[in-house]
Write a protein that binds this ligand. Structure first.
Ligand SMILES: [Zn+2]
Length: 141
């Protein structure tokens, strides 16, 4: 579901890009497509997404996944840059407190997804992924 006007959300490759990002994230977390089957993924243009009262969330998993399509007021250039990889982790392993060491790694999934194209308006741009968007130190929320 798209609730954003970030240019990448209007591209014809969006479904394929979401699928391949899911595949990379599931490989990282040791999950399978059955674990995300039937889930709604919402791409939200708001800077922060609604997440059970958690302030400042750029992504949320509560049975469905919502991710912001921007950060600091700028649109992401591609779906790979969103918090989707992080939220798939919650769908696969739960761990709301981020105690698993994989929350602070993500290097292998970053290299799997790096080098793809992004979109800036009508222009095609690079889409470097930043593990800092996906990382989360141990906490309770
Ligand atoms: Zn999290």
């Amino acid at each position: 579901m798209v609730r954003s006007d970030a240019p990448f959300t209007a591209q014809p490759d969006l479904a394929h890009r979401i699928d391949s990002t899911l595949a990379a994230a599931l490989a990282y977390w040791g999950g399978s497509f059955e674990q995300v089957a039937g889930m709604t993924i919402t791409l939200d243009g708001a800077r922060y997404v609604e997440c059970g009262g958690v302030p400042g969330a750029i992504g949320c998993y509560d049975g469905d996944i919502r991710v912001s399509t921007g950060d600091m007021g700028n649109d992401f250039a591609c779906v790979e840059q969103t918090a989707l990889v992080h939220e798939v982790g919650h769908a696969v392993i739960g761990d709301r407190g981020h105690t698993d060491p994989r929350w602070m790694d993500f290097e292998s999934v970053a290299s799997a997804l790096d080098g793809r194209s992004g979109y800036d308006g009508e222009r095609q741009t690079a889409c470097p992924v930043a593990v800092s968007v996906w990382r989360h130190p141990p906490c309770r929320h």
